[in-house]
Design a protein around this ligand. Structure first.
Ligand code: GUN
Length: 281
């Protein structure tokens, strides 16, 4: 069994990104917007800002109080859409209750939508010709590629159907010629389906949900989960202790998919910069 070291792979890619940015006369810029004080979101936003600083990408963080009105948030998006220093805009989700995520996402200029959450960017992903790659799924694909794992013809099972991970993950695996099944909380005989996976990607947000009996010998297991276990320790959606005995490759939590998501965001910010300068079609 091999542990896929997402931290090391991500650092190697960040070095490539830093070298690319160092060559650029003007630097790409990212605006991150956080509303309220969800502790997990705050950590993610801090890590995104730090990753930008480390690679030479300009970044600004806009922290708004939890009681911010929809109008105020939308007017900040308008301002960032018009700001030439800013190539990418990311609004950290989830938003506090009472704010419409759909409306906020729809307001971001699709050319600055580095999360690839807007309808047009999701459409491009669905058509198999993405402008921006969805960050977490793209991070998973990069982990597979850099670990020498081929997707073509493999049985790929995605557990979870969120707009952020499950759905776009299925599209990227399909584009890579995988045979893709999407499972979710209403799936019958889930364990029978996951046990047929050559590549199993889990993003359901339930601590240690996937146990060894649900995984076939030699499977590649990618854990997108980020939960707290009974001892308040970070853990994934996969029971690492037992599943790692059967898997050929497995990602740990933390240090697996997480760092890759941010690395792919940096790549998208560079893509946004080039797109806005007419360097890409
Ligand atoms: N919340 C959890 N994951 C993400 C992500 O990839 N982007 C944003 N904007 N919010 C998130």
């Amino acid at each position: 069994m091999k542990i896929i070291d997402g931290k090391a792979i991500s650092m190697a890619i960040r070095e490539e990104i830093a070298a690319e940015v160092a060559e650029m006369k003007e630097k790409p810029g990212l605006a991150v917007v956080i509303v309220g004080d969800d502790p997990a979101s705050k950590v993610y936003v801090r890590n995104k800002h730090k990753a930008c600083e480390d690679t030479g990408i300009y970044s600004e963080v806009h922290e708004l109080p939890a009681d911010t009105s929809q109008e105020k948030l939308l007017s900040l998006i308008d301002k960032l859409n018009a700001d030439e220093k800013i190539n990418g805009i990311l609004v950290q989700l989830p938003l506090p209750k009472g704010l419409s995520e759909d409306e906020v996402i729809a307001r971001i200029d699709p050319k600055k939508d580095v999360d690839a959450f807007s309808a047009s960017n999701v459409g491009h992903i669905m058509l198999g010709d993405p402008v921006f790659l969805p960050c977490t799924p793209a991070g998973v694909m990069e982990l597979l590629k850099r670990s020498g794992i081929e997707v073509k013809g493999k049985n790929c099972v995605v557990v979870g159907r969120s707009n952020i991970v499950g759905k776009p993950m299925a599209m990227l695996l399909l584009k890579a010629d995988g045979t893709v099944t999407i499972c979710h909380s209403k799936t019958r005989n889930l364990a029978e389906i996951t046990a047929k996976a050559d590549i199993l990607v889990v993003a359901i947000g339930r601590a240690k949900f996937i146990t060894a009996d649900m995984v076939s010998e030699g499977a590649v297991v990618i854990d997108v989960g980020m939960n707290r276990d009974e001892n308040n320790k970070l853990c994934g959606d996969v029971d690492f202790a037992s599943v790692s005995e059967k898997a050929s490759y497995i990602t740990p939590v933390p240090g697996g998919v997480g760092p890759m998501t941010i690395t792919m965001l940096l790549k998208n910010t560079i893509t946004a910069f080039r797109l806005q300068r007419g360097e890409l079609q």
